[in-house]
Design a protein around this ligand. Structure first.
Ligand code: AMP
Ligand code: MG
Length: 361
């Protein structure tokens, strides 16, 4: 079986060419106000920060962003680290007493539940058993690739059975406040066998929090922060020119097929079949799964970009739209006030009317 590793390639491309990220070559040294740039890794992806403001303030801000991302991973979102809320929630599946969780995470999961209903189950953060079965997060190292196995029909069937956001119960003002760390007044119950995977929304949630952090720091002029496929633009550049965010060509992820021109605060998220995938015997298995079948979604979409003010929405909707395809996806995004741009596997482009204002070839 011949295997090819897509995500390593993608990680490099983020550095060099971007995935819905700010186009390199803009800016240059503008002296005191920046741009100040910093590249790190967190949340399993490359984090690129381009920040405008006095150097000391900007550097301190970038440092605080990284600390916040590490903390989110460690204390909230990781399903691998036993220090995180998601880990504890997953461990509690099937327990009568459920599990305490923070108000903020409860709010996030309720928003995910709503997106699941509105996408008719296409978006579903309770598919953790499916993503584990495909071993998606292990597709990131060459070494682990030798172990790639297509799950059997039986295994997939069982994992599909364990999914379903409507089976997750969240109570915001639970009678019994928990004794666990992070326990507020919220509690969650997962049925036995269910596992959460917040990979589709974690980076978007982070964008919203970074945006809040920027609001608190009035001295920060502007910033473009890219977390893998999700980008936040904020404020203004010293010269007043707009932000430019490149849209990657799914057929050739080393190039852009267009640019979004944006002013002020926006969240832009892209979901694509080129971001993380394995090829085995000529078939591409990518990381966005259809919860109805358990297999990578086949909607004819190569990549879809969602533009909206809120990070959780941009990230969640881009994943949902990838699975739903342009007709249903555009309708869903529109209902949330979001603009969409679909690049189909045949190279054609479909975009919402509002997106035409921002997109240029
Ligand atoms: P994104 O790149 O934002 O589209 O998120 C993809 C990630 O979300 C995958 O790596 C999985 O961890 C998770 N995921 C895959 N399929 C789904 C789905 N149908 N609903 C929610 N999360 C998903
Ligand atoms: Mg997403």
């Amino acid at each position: 079986m011949k295997r090819y590793l897509g995500c390593m390639f993608f990680a490099l491309m983020v550095l060099l060419c971007g995935c819905g990220r700010d186009v390199p070559g803009e800016g240059g040294d503008r002296g005191k106000e920046g741009p100040w740039q910093r590249v790190d890794t967190a949340m399993g992806t490359v984090i690129q920060q381009t920040v405008y403001g006095a150097q000391e303030t900007a550097e301190l801000f970038s440092e605080d962003v990284m600390e916040m991302l590490y903390q989110m991973e460690r204390e909230e979102l990781s399903w691998r680290l036993d220090t995180s809320q998601v880990y504890r929630i997953n461990r509690s599946a099937g327990l009568e007493e459920g599990c305490a969780l923070s108000e903020e995470l409860a709010g996030l999961l309720e928003a995910c539940q709503e997106l699941s209903v509105r996408s008719e189950g296409a978006f579903d953060v309770t598919l953790g058993r499916l993503t584990s079965l495909w071993n998606i997060d292990q597709w990131s190292t060459e070494e682990n690739m030798t172990q790639f196995q297509i799950p059997s029909g039986k295994e997939l069937e069982a994992a599909v059975e364990s999914c379903g956001s409507s089976k997750m119960k969240i109570v915001r003002n639970a009678e019994s406040a928990g004794t666990e760390p992070d326990s507020g007044r919220a509690r969650i119950w997962l049925p036995e066998g269910m596992r959460l995977d917040l990979g589709a929304v974690g980076k978007g949630l982070a964008l919203s929090r970074i945006s809040r952090l920027l609001e608190e720091r009035e001295e920060m002029g502007g910033a473009v922060i890219s977390l893998g496929g999700s980008v936040l633009t904020y404020g203004v550049k010293p010269d007043g020119s707009p932000w430019k965010v490149g849209i990657v060509d799914p057929a050739d992820p080393s190039s852009h097929l267009g640019i979004l021109t944006l002013e002020g605060q926006w969240c832009v998220s892209t979901s694509g079949d080129y971001e993380r995938y394995v090829e085995a015997d000529g078939v591409r298995y990518h990381h966005i799964l259809d919860p109805a079948t358990g297999y990578p979604a086949q909607s004819g979409v190569g990549g879809v970009t969602v533009l909206v003010k809120d990070g959780l929405l941009s990230d969640g909707l881009s994943t949902a739209c990838f699975i739903l395809g342009p007709e249903q996806g555009m309708e869903l995004a529109e209902a949330y006030g979001a603009e969409t741009l679909f690049v189909m596997q045949d190279g054609s482009i479909r975009m919402s009317e509002g997106m035409e204002t921002y997109f240029s070839r």
